[in-house]
Design a protein around this ligand. Structure first.
Ligand SMILES: [Zn+2]
Length: 337
């Protein structure tokens, strides 16, 4: 039974916008909230097609918006952000939180595993680059573009988070467990699937047709990696490559890594970074190759939401006051489109 619950706070009390593309990401965001505020006090206008959930994490009131079902990708994400800023005009910063594909680089000791988290952050690119899938197939990457940097308050918080993790473990396992205790029904699907189901195949070995679970794929083609001592997600900071199509090709994946330093692939950030002052947080659910399946999606979504929650703890409340309203930035054209 669903009970309608309306937020006790006016729409303009919310200052952080959190965007998800998939229902499993929306569920993880909702599960991570410290307080559940329910639906917006003032319903969105008819033209606003987002699903919303309102809540709080620590000192911040947060709007979570989910893209319309089966419409992932950059244009729907940009539309969702713009609609959200109309309905919640005091939002100052945003987070794009969900799943993505990891690009390991074992030879160079970049050991990204399923369930790890990548945060878009790079001194050269602001953390996200856009690539054109068609151009990649032609062997040309000339259309790559660099996007806006995350807003200052988030940039400062990212620095603080990295510094903290020099001296202590990240809080992701703690926040995921807290979510599972609070929402026991999620335990079945949102727990770590186990290291034995994290299989990275050699880049030149293609998936054997049949079940998506790789049961017919050759175990001898699995890249050998040292088991980790625990199942705790590791947070990586680096360049996220954003494109218009799902990558299921290890050659394209590795090309983006080798030529542009990308460590993660996703589909929503292109466009959004130039239309919304935000940072991108991706839980790794596959390796962007022909073996890609959905097995890790829920845990990866939970890990990303946990990382976003820890990031938010590092934002000073007065730093947010110093940020202009995102709506003003976007609609005054201060963002490059
Ligand atoms: Zn396979």
């Amino acid at each position: 039974m669903t009970i309608f619950k309306q937020s006790p706070f006016a729409n303009d009390a919310y200052t952080i916008g959190w965007i998800c593309a998939l229902p499993v990401e929306f569920a993880a965001a909702r599960g991570m909230m410290d307080e559940d505020h329910g639906e917006p006090q003032t319903p969105p206008a008819g033209a606003d097609s987002n699903s919303y959930f309102l809540g709080s994490m620590g000192k911040f009131k947060i709007v979570v918006a989910c893209l319309p079902l089966h419409q992932p990708g950059s244009p729907p994400a940009v539309a969702a952000a713009k609609e959200m800023l109309f309905t919640f005009p005091k939002i100052r910063i945003g987070l794009l939180v969900g799943i993505g594909a990891g690009i390991p680089d074992i030879d160079n000791e970049l050991d990204i595993r399923l369930g790890d988290v990548v945060v878009g952050s790079s001194p050269q690119s602001g953390g996200v680059i856009v690539y054109d899938f068609g151009k990649i197939r032609d062997g040309s990457f000339e259309s790559l573009s660099v996007l806006n940097r995350p807003p200052k308050s988030l940039g400062t918080a990212l620095g603080k988070l990295q510094a903290l993790h020099e001296s202590r473990e990240n809080m992701v396992p703690h926040y995921v467990e807290e979510m599972l205790v609070k929402h026991p029904v999620m335990r079945k699907n949102y727990t770590h699937p186990g290291q034995s189901s994290d299989r990275l195949f050699q880049a030149n070995y293609r998936h054997v047709s049949g079940p998506r679970n790789c049961n017919k794929c050759e175990a001898s083609q699995i890249v050998e990696r040292e088991p980790r001592p625990d199942e705790d997600p590791v947070i990586h900071y680096g360049t996220i490559a954003s494109g218009s199509m799902v990558v299921r090709d290890a050659a394209i994946r590795d090309e983006l890594r080798d030529r542009h330093g990308a460590i993660c692939l996703e589909m929503e950030a292109a466009g959004l970074m130039n239309n919304f002052p935000c940072v991108v947080v991706r839980g790794i659910s596959d390796y962007g190759d022909s073996h890609k399946n959905d097995r890790w999606q829920r845990f990866a979504a939970a890990a990303a939401a946990g990382c976003a929650k820890e990031l938010m703890q590092q934002i000073q409340i007065n730093a947010l006051d110093g940020e202009p309203a995102a709506k003003d930035l976007v609609y005054q054209g201060q963002f490059r489109v």
